[in-house]
Design a protein around this ligand. Structure first.
Ligand code: F6P
Length: 460
């Protein structure tokens, strides 16, 4: 894969300084963690933003390359990075694609925002220059995610010899929601994506929304370019890597701790970043409704909520976390009794503890309001040992593949979610086993390696 360049905001390793010493750790975010083992030992070039002082030091010392992956760090001015990552990528494009705009108040496209858009453009430009410099003649360039939407048109001008692909890990906004963005910005966005040789999505639904944007008269005029070819390639977990991790000593120790906490009670699990699209609040409210309207479940069930912090440079995420934690505390206060805490809430970013939860659930609740794929919904059925039932939002990309094995919910309907939890908790052993088998088979149809291969193929 020496002729392949992967481009993503995050690199394969994160760095921090500990008492002046450089410490390398696993990257944040599921995407980088998925890509790294796939690319290990392949000689692939990975272009990523240089995040923070420690990463800069690692670059200076030539310590960026890892696992046989050549890492190219893109230096971005910190103010530009904050504008690109916080204001545009996560503050605007993320809520746009997840249909999370609160139109009474947000977004507001004022002069600060337009300045941030210029920062997003410079961030994309810095990446385009770095790729243009690093890529061999005729190389295949696989660009990941909404942070880098403008790279297609930039690279087609700078390096027309490259085969470029963009893969979108989020949903893609419906044209009406995309139309909320300022005309010039949405034009630049669609024009940027239109410059790629192909654009990939986890589901047909997101690919269809993308193509319809270019068919919308106003958006098409702003874009000034036709839709590029699209392809659909659902990402799946790497079953062997997941099984090894689930059987590793830290996962076994975490499983023991969890079993002690849960005892003989039924266990509902959720594992999410603390993120508005994940719909944690309605998930907890549904659990509260279950305890309220079916009192027989009190003391008989525990919800383990492994919800780890995310994007905490942004006020919205901090505010959402505070709301989530307040709700959890209120429910525990209201229903908790000596010896029974209804919600075991743990905001530590602990992969092995999350795996222990996935191995042990009776019910896995995955209820995003909208989600590109949702890997938890796929990882759960692979590692679970109790014929656990998956309660899954019909708005998650994973629904397209797993719907026939899961209990589907409208993520906005708290009562329907409480009903689905009840149905899952009371389901007979035969049906549980049958559904668990079906889900596992559905998940195994697609691995992370298949997904990567699809991108290479789409590049032609
Ligand atoms: O789902 C989209 C995505 O960008 C993933 O690619 C990534 O793993 C996740 O969100 C986390 O995002 P961040 O890099 O902002 O922590």
């Amino acid at each position: 894969m020496t002729d392949v360049v992967v481009v993503a905001n995050r690199g394969p390793v994160a760095f921090r300084l500990d008492a002046g010493n450089l410490v390398a750790s696993a990257p944040g975010g599921g995407l980088a963690g998925t890509l790294r083992p796939l690319l290990a030992g392949t000689g692939t070039t990975w272009v990523a933003a240089s995040l923070g002082e420690a990463a800069r030091l690692a670059a200076e010392r030539g310590q960026l390359d890892t696992d046989g992956i050549r890492v190219v760090a893109v230096e971005i001015d910190p103010a530009d990075y904050a504008m690109a990552y916080d204001v545009v990528a996560n503050g605007t494009l993320w809520p746009c694609h997840h249909h999370l705009f609160d139109l009474t108040r947000r977004p507001r496209f004022d002069w600060h925002w337009h300045e941030a858009w210029a920062g997003y453009r410079r961030y994309n430009r810095a990446f385009a220059n770095a790729v243009a410099e690093a890529a061999a003649s005729g190389a295949t360039v696989l660009v990941q995610d909404y942070h880098l939407s403008l790279l297609g048109s930039m690279l087609s001008e700078l390096r027309p010899d490259l085969s470029t692909v963009h893969f979108c890990h989020t949903p893609f906004a419906e044209p009406a929601v995309l139309g909320v963005l300022p005309t010039e910005a949405v034009g630049e966005l669609l024009g940027g994506l239109g410059g790629f040789g192909a654009c990939g999505f986890h589901t047909e639904r997101w690919a269809d929304a993308f193509r319809r944007a270019y068919a919308d008269p106003e958006l098409a005029e702003a874009a000034g370019t036709p839709a590029p070819p699209t392809f659909v390639s659902p990402l799946g977990p790497s079953p062997e890597a997941l099984r090894d991790a689930a059987e590793s000593p830290p996962a076994v120790a975490a499983a023991r701790r969890l079993a002690e906490q849960v005892g003989t009670r039924k266990l509902i699990v959720r594992v999410d970043r603390i993120e508005m699209s994940k719909n944690l609040l309605r998930g907890f409210l549904a659990y509260e409704e279950l305890l309220e309207t079916r009192p027989r479940w009190r003391e008989q069930v525990v919800m383990a909520a492994f919800a780890y912090p995310s994007r905490e440079t942004m006020a919205e995420y901090l505010g959402y976390r505070a709301e989530v934690e307040h709700l959890v505390a209120r429910i525990n206060e209201r229903f908790g009794r000596p010896g029974w805490l209804p919600i075991l809430y743990d905001p530590a970013d602990d992969y092995y503890r999350s795996l222990a939860g996935l191995a042990a659930y009776d019910v896995l609740l995955v209820n995003p309001v909208r989600d590109g794929m949702n890997m938890v919904a796929k990882e759960g059925p692979l590692v679970n040992r109790r014929d656990g039932v998956l309660v899954l939002s019909r708005q998650a990309g994973a629904w397209e593949e797993l719907g026939s094995g899961a209990l589907g919910i409208n993520p906005f309907d708290v009562t329907a979610t409480a009903d689905a939890l009840e149905e899952a908790l009371t389901m007979g052993a035969g049906e549980r086993a049958e559904r668990a088998r079906r889900l596992e088979a559905l998940v195994r149809r697609r691995t992370a390696a298949d997904w990567l291969e699809d991108q290479r193929r789409a590049a032609g």
